[in-house]
Structures are given as structure tokens and as C-alpha cells.
Design a binder for this molecule. Sequence first.
Ligand code: NAD
Ligand code: MLT
Length: 312
Amino acid sequence: MTFHILISDPLSEEGIYPLRQAEGMNIVIETDLTPEQLAIRIGDFDALLVRSQTQVTRAIIEKGHNLKIIGRAGVGVDNIDLEAATEHGIIVVNAPDGNTNSAAEHTMAMLMSMARKIPQAFHALRNKNWDRKSFVGVELKNKTLGVIGLGRIGAEVAARAKGQRMNVMAYDPFLTAEKAEKLGIGFGTVEEVLKVADFITVHTPLLKETRHLINADAFAIMKDGVQIVNCARGGIIDENALYDAIQSKKVAGAALDVFEQEPLVDFRLLDLPEVVATPHLGASTIEAQESVAVDVSADVVSYFTTGTVRNS
Ligand code: NAD
Ligand code: MLT
């Protein structure tokens, strides 16, 4: 029996080794399909493997007459219509921890770049401008980092921030006193954390409850001169409210890896000198890309050979 597998976003070649090794897997890699082309092609496949680019909408799922499993090589499944998949009996698997370390490291890189204005200084230097006055930063040591969402990545970031001798305060609806104690961090309500933090980093999924969690009201209760990082999902921070908070000097720095609309179309925030940004690179390391692709490829093989998967 042959299973037909479509890979519609670029995945690590090493990462799809489990699929290449398994018998009876016909792997088709087509990473430039328009939604219309995907809707036409999808009916031929038993499995679809994506990263975050492919939008697996209800329309696509409804055309996937043979589709049994969708693998998301990464954490967030917000590009897949889960309700439609469930209605059609299609299993959705992701790679929940394959990129945790890379995302945590990227968060720390963004935090430090923002605090020391490294991208801005590099930009000036590249323009042959030896300017040592405009890029005075602030130290992390003894400052309080507020972590909103203490899951896999949030906890790794908290541990690294402790290494920078920061105080860490976290909010997560599932955070227990035991976990906080183990990590050596404080915890409180979201308002309590926002009030005391010098730096804030968000690590929640994008859900109904977390969309615009950081909005104008949230900025209003923060310290003046707070700096904020988003390496989780665009939309957790209200970008219009962030723009206003930077303009009013309430917010002294923002480090953004993710945006409400991706690829980015509204570059207004990036015109502000307080903002540093990357184009959704949190998981873009050789190690993470291999790891997430291995995880979902192994799940697809497992599903077609044993009928079970590690996670769904
Ligand atoms: P996770 O599921 O391990 O952790 C998420 C945490 O958020 C959980 O502990 C959950 O209890 C908490 N949470 C849920 N609702 C909350 C709320 N209203 N307030 C506070 N906390 C809340 O996920 P993770 O692997 O740590 O990923 C975190 C985020 O980072 C996700 O949005 C994921 O998609 C994103 N991510 C981004 C990149 C990137 O490339 N930038 C890479 C990996 C993951
Ligand atoms: C994820 O959710 O895993 C990240 O956003 C990284 C990615 O989309 O590849």
C-alpha cells in the first residue's frame, strides 16, 4: 500500500528522514502552491505536512477527500482549522517541544538586542556613522522580567533570565506555587506582573482569551519606560496600542518576532527607533527545524504503520 504525503512548506531534508526511510511513502514536495492550487492538489494526498506558511483552511480540508493526518512542524496550530479537521475525522499533530530551546534563545537575543539597542547601533555603523551617544542601553541585572505564559518556552526564558541575574515574576493560569518555587521565581495575577516588570515577555498561544491581552489598558498599568518582547504570536500584543504607547514614551523598547499580519504589511512600528524586529525567526535554527520535522514525520509514519501517534 502506498501513502501519498504532500509537504507544502519548506521542511528540513534531514527532518523528513523517518518518512524517506519508511516503506510505502510517496513524498511530494510542493512549497509554492497558491491556496487555489492546494485546494485542487489536496484530494490526491493521505497526509499534509506544513510549517506556518500554508493556511490549512476549512476550504482546503473539505477538498482533502483522502486526507487522514495533518502534521504541523512547529508548535502553533493556528494556521490549521482544527474544528474543520475534527469534523472530517482528520488527525492534527504538531511538534510541541522541538523548537523550545531555539525560541527561548531567540527571545533572550531579542531582549538583549532591545536593551542595548544593538540593531540600531549596527544600522548607524553600517551607514558609516560612529555614534556612541544615541545608543545608551540599560542593564538586565537586578531588573524584573515579567513572563506572561510560563509553558515550555516561558519557563526556559525564565531560567535564562535568572542566569542574567534578573528577578522573574510570572503569570500563567496553570502556574503552581511548586513550579514557581522550583524555578526560583515569583508569581502573581497578570495585573500584578505587568505592574512590577521592567521588561515583559509574552509566551502564550494566540487564543480568544489572549488576543490583545497586552492592550491600551495593560500598557496603562505598566511602569513608565517598560520594554516588551513578543516571540510568541502576533496579536497577543495590540500593535496599535503598542504604537501609541511607544509614541507617548510609556514603552521604551519593543522586540518583535511575530506580527498580527504575516508576512508584515504594515511597517509603521518598524519606523520607530525603539523597535527591533525579526521576521518570525524564533524557530529558525538548523537544530529546531530538523527536530520539528523529525517529530511530525515520525508521527505520520507511526500513524500509517501502527494507527497511533505520539500526540494529536
Ligand atoms: P506551551 O503550550 O508550552 O505554553 C503556553 C503557556 O501559555 C501554557 O503554560 C498556558 O497555560 C499559558 N497560557 C494560556 N493562556 C494564558 C493566558 N491567558 N495568560 C497567561 N498564560 C496563558 O507553548 P510554548 O511551546 O511555550 O509556546 C509559546 C508560544 O510561542 C506559542 O504561541 C507558540 O506558537 C509560540 N512559538 C513561537 C515561535 C517563533 O518562531 N517565534 C517558536 C515556537 C513557539
Ligand atoms: C511555532 O509555532 O512553532 C513557531 O511559530 C515556529 C514556526 O512557525 O515554524
